[in-house]
Ligand binder design. Sequence first.
Ligand SMILES: Cc1cc2nc3c(=O)[nH]c(=O)nc-3n(C[C@H](O)[C@H](O)[C@H](O)COP(=O)(O)OP(=O)(O)OC[C@H]3O[C@@H](n4cnc5c(N)ncnc54)[C@H](O)[C@@H]3O)c2cc1C
Length: 299
Amino acid sequence: MEKNSFLKTLTENNIEIKNNVCLKELTTFKIGGEAEMFITVKDEGQAVFVKKTADKYNVPLFVLGKGSNLLVSDNGLKGATLSLELNHVIFNGNIVTCGAGLTLQKLCVLAMEKGLSGLEFAFGIPGSVGGAIYMNAGAYGGEMADCVVSAKYIDDAGNIKTVSREDMALGYRTSIFKNSGYIITEATFLLKEGKREEILGKMNGFMGRRKEKQPLEFASAGSTFKRPEGYFAGALIEKNGLKGKRVGDAMVSEKHAGFVVNCGSATSKDVKELIEIIRKTVYENDGVNLEPEVIFVGE
Ligand SMILES: Cc1cc2nc3c(=O)[nH]c(=O)nc-3n(C[C@H](O)[C@H](O)[C@H](O)COP(=O)(O)OP(=O)(O)OC[C@H]3O[C@@H](n4cnc5c(N)ncnc54)[C@H](O)[C@@H]3O)c2cc1C
């Protein structure tokens, strides 16, 4: 990694860059060490430039959304962490196109205000539009695959490409973007005309269900595990008597066993250890292999 040349090139091109940024503050788990170099871009052109420069100088590049599905290592992230301040929103009839950095929540509210239905399920999902496409985020019977039409991204060579939904390989918490190194910059959704009050009512209904069922009072990264075929992760974990199980400040939520929560100063190591205890117990007693939904990043 030719760090100095990388930093010099970006600085000369007026790209915002900070050293040693604490990622704990930038993740919903409130866990993680520092990003060695933290870069914020304000438009697609800057994102392309950062991507090409990182490749040129062999700097690893990690794209951070809103950090709501991540477990960042206590040792932090080497190389560059890229944050996209791409927050534009353009409505054209029933079609909405927005920047990948926009929060999903904001998009849902704007669509509701326009009387456009289709995103209600996503209202309580934290995170950015880019992160939601990457994960094919979903809830309450809906997922991004139901309403996304296309996405724009920067490929390996630094070219801007557009991919339509059919070619996004959207599946349960997965897409072509997963582990690809591509940077999603924009997404387009097709919504339906609806009544504002009804849309808002559905959004609030889903949010109410979240507040009732999920440990939103604690820091977490949402569901720790994917739903195993034929089971619910939370029910299996609860059945194994693991509610309230702790390693340091990492704990299986008493409210919903599918969530590992941070009771205050949990480390990434604590969470990983707890995840391993859960997986081992559930595998030994039920023969089910729980696969983490949370993404581990850093060493
Ligand atoms: C309380 C709580 C409730 C949750 N409920 C749900 C739920 O109901 N359904 C659900 O699906 N998820 C849920 N989640 C998980 C999380 O909110 C989603 O996975 C979300 O889509 C992640 O978006 P993000 O922007 O935070 O991505 P991050 O966590 O920052 O990143 C996730 C991955 O996406 C990649 N990524 C992010 N943006 C881009 C981009 N622009 N280009 C390329 N790669 C990118 C990152 O590199 C990383 O690999 C919940 C989380 C919490 C904390």
